[in-house]
Design a protein. Structure first.
Length: 180
C-alpha cells in the first residue's frame, strides 16, 4: 500500500462510513455523527462502582420472572417518588397502571385513603434501600418478598412486604404478612 492510498491517509473514515451505513440500515437516525457508531474502548469500573469486596456490582433479571418484575417495579417506583425536589407523579401513576391489576389498584387506593400512606410502600416516606427475593409459588401466582429500609446509619427501620404476582406477572396484592 502506498502513502497516498485512501485507506492509509484516513484510517477512521472507512470505519465511520461503514458504521453510518450500518446505523442507517438498522433504523438509527442518519443525523447521528458517523463517529458515534465507532466503539470506544471499555473503561474500567470506577472505585464508586465497586462493592465492598472489590468487584463491580451487577443486577440480573429475566423477563417473565416474578422477582425481576417486582424488582423493576419497586426500583422505578421509588425513583419516581424519591426525587424530593421534583417527584414524578405522572410516572408513578403510569407505573402503577402498568404493574398492578386493575382490581388491586382500586383496593390499594381505598387502603391509601384510609391509612394516609403510599400503599405500594406502606409508608409516608421513601425507603433508602430495598431488597427483593422470590418467596415461592402460592396458588396460581408467586409471592415476592420486598424488604424496605427507611432511614440511615443507626436509625433504620425495615418493613417486609409480601407482594403477590399473578401468573400474568401483574401485582395482585401487597400485604405485611405472607399468604403462603
Amino acid at each position: 500500500m502506498n502513502s497516498k492510498s485512501p485507506a492509509r491517509r484516513r484510517p477512521g473514515l472507512r470505519a465511520a462510513a461503514a458504521g453510518l451505513v450500518l446505523a442507517v440500515g438498522l433504523g438509527v437516525s442518519a443525523q447521528l455523527p458517523a463517529q458515534a457508531s465507532v466503539q470506544a474502548p471499555a473503561k474500567a469500573p470506577t472505585a464508586a462502582a465497586k462493592s465492598v469486596t472489590g468487584t463491580a456490582k451487577s443486577v440480573t433479571g429475566t423477563p417473565g420472572q416474578a422477582v425481576t418484575r417486582v424488582a423493576d417495579f419497586y426500583g422505578a417506583y421509588i425513583d419516581a417518588k424519591g426525587d424530593y425536589t421534583d417527584p414524578d407523579v405522572t410516572l408513578a401513576k403510569a407505573l402503577r397502571k402498568h404493574y398492578l391489576t386493575p382490581d388491586f389498584a382500586k383496593r390499594l387506593a381505598a387502603w391509601e385513603k384510609k391509612n394516609g400512606a403510599d400503599g405500594v410502600l406502606r409508608a409516608q416516606n421513601i425507603p433508602a434501600r430495598w431488597t427483593v427475593a422470590d418467596n415461592g409459588a402460592v396458588g396460581m401466582g408467586r409471592e415476592v418478598t420486598v424488604t424496605l429500609t427507611f432511614g440511615s446509619g443507626t436509625t433504620t427501620q425495615k418493613i417486609k412486604l409480601f407482594v403477590m404476582v399473578e401468573r400474568y406477572n401483574r401485582v395482585s396484592d401487597i400485604q405485611t404478612t405472607s399468604a403462603g
